[in-house]
Design a protein around this ligand. Sequence first.
Ligand SMILES: [Zn+2]
Length: 142
Amino acid sequence: MTIQYTDKPIPHPALWGIIYRSSTPFWEGIKEKKLLIQKCKDCGKILHPPRPMCPGCHSTECEHIEASGKGTIYSYTTYSKSPHKSFKAPYSVVLVELDEGPRLISNMVDVKPEDIEIGMPVEVAFDKIDDDLTLYKFKKAG
Ligand SMILES: [Zn+2]
């Protein structure tokens, strides 16, 4: 018996490794406190989130470049109630537009939710959770 949970097509298992490998350099870079973003070698388009193929020219030849880590807050929201005990409210989720163009979702460090503004200059900060996991966050540029 087969149980179908979704109508969405599931990628062929042969692609799972490719999808996983596409984001590996990004997360390995975060561990080394580097914000690596994917760039198409053929047309130069910046790609984020990482993917196996450029949506602009369909090339599979991509590289990772180190981003400046600088950007501005494009949008944000503040949670006044915790959706789960792991999240202590109030806290904010920010959408940061990097100087290189892509937008990343994360949290702010060392900034109170009421002090966050759209257009605020920010820079990346790294939060080492343990030896296997480091997260990228943003702090007010200074
Ligand atoms: Zn391309």
